[in-house]
Design a binder for this molecule. Structure first.
Ligand code: NCD
Ligand code: ZN
Length: 348
């Protein structure tokens, strides 16, 4: 049987939610990943060091029983940037040693982004403090103006927000999260060493046609929205390029089935159930399986200045069926590619 052994990977962009829902999704992530960058967009966003440390404690207490107390999974916490975040908060965050980045949501861009920032220049003192403390800014890179077509919002973000920001505060390290376009790939490739990007499984596997196959497909809806095939190909090329500027971040974002299958459905795809197996499928399709380990296990750790993980995971080439539904607190989630077959399976 064909197998693939990798250094234990990290998920550098993950939504865990909270409470019973979090308990249900955590087992999926911890089966594959040693660490994850935890997004702070809870209903009541994680805006202070105190809140981040309390959230971290709840995550650790919700870990599956068999790994409790073993330190096998490390949540890497982040803060949610608001227009009232202070430079002092940044200093405290850095000093905690447990907060690894600050997330910028343009107000109104996505799920729970209402408390986000309306204009970046309003928070320049905080961004300067982050540059000084070497705390990276994670950007949800889409403009929100209704005059910009939804498929162009990432490219316009580069021009209107990212370029001026990088010019004004060149020492600030930035992760361009969940990139979806050739524009973003080119921009990151041409940018300085302090600029990197995460890539999700859905933006590698699907183009925007997947939103409308035989009818509207709410389980393929996420932000940034899927793009045209030429963009998907550029994102695949970036992932398999071996460049340390690109690394794994699933953006796994669980929503209860009823919140997705609705007249105004939520954005977010739940890929944590079998994320590493999906990435293996994509890399194999491009005949680049040898590049998967660096993308999944080295580049992210190196960018964040963390040691690479010590353990390994092994994947087997084996077709198996992804479940139709998974538990999610009092509801259920429909995982990414529910009911379809996946070609790789992690060895337990
Ligand atoms: C995320 C969520 O549901 O929290 N949704 C998504 O479509 N990716 C928010 C985000 O990262 O944009
Ligand atoms: Zn996200």
């Amino acid at each position: 049987m064909k197998t693939l052994t990798l250094t234990r990977p990290d998920d550098m962009h993950l939504h865990l939610r909270d409470g019973a829902q979090m308990r249900d999704v955590l087992a999926d992530t911890t089966r594959q990943f040693a660490r994850a960058i935890i997004m702070p967009n809870l209903k009541s966003p994680v805006v202070s060091t105190g809140q981040a440390l309390k959230y971290r404690k709840r995550i650790i207490e919700s870990l599956p029983e068999h790994i409790q107390g073993k330190g096998d999974f490390k949540p890497l916490m982040t803060l949610y940037l608001t227009e009232t975040t202070s430079a002092e908060e940044i200093r405290q965050a850095k000093q905690s040693g447990l907060i690894h980045a600050v997330k910028y949501y343009p107000a109104g861009a996505t799920t729970n982004s209402e408390s986000g920032v309306t204009a970046l220049d309003k928070v320049y003192p905080v961004l300067e403090a982050m540059a000084k403390q070497n705390l990276p800014l994670l950007v949800h890179g889409e403009v929100t103006s209704s005059d910009v077509d939804i498929f162009d919002r990432e490219a316009v973000f580069i021009e209107r927000q990212l370029c001026p920001l990088m010019e004004d505060i060149p020492e600030l390290r930035i992760v361009f999260e969940h990139i979806t376009t050739k524009d973003a790939v080119d921009f990151v490739n041409e940018g300085p060493g302090g600029l990197a990007a995460t890539i999700t499984p859905q933006h590698l596997l699907l183009n925007r046609n997947a939103l409308f196959i035989g009818g509207i497909r709410p389980h393929h809806f996420c932000m940034p929205v899927l793009k045209a095939e030429a963009h998907r190909c550029a994102v695949v090329d970036a992932a398999i390029s071996g460049s340390p500027k690109f690394f794994l971040g699933t953006d796994s974002a669980p929503h209860a089935r009823e919140a997705k299958e609705s007249a105004c459905g939520c954005a977010g795809i739940y890929s944590a159930h079998n994320a590493i197996e999906l990435y293996a499928e994509i890399f194999e399709k491009s005949a680049c399986l040898d590049k998967l380990e660096a993308f999944a296990s080295h580049h992210g750790a190196d960018f964040y200045g963390l040691p690479r993980n010590e353990g390994t995971i092994t994947l087997e080439k084996k077709s198996w069926q992804i479940p139709e539904t998974l538990a999610f607190g009092e509801s259920i989630i429909i995982p990414f590619r529910a009911g379809e077959h996946c070609q790789w399976k992690i060895k337990q």
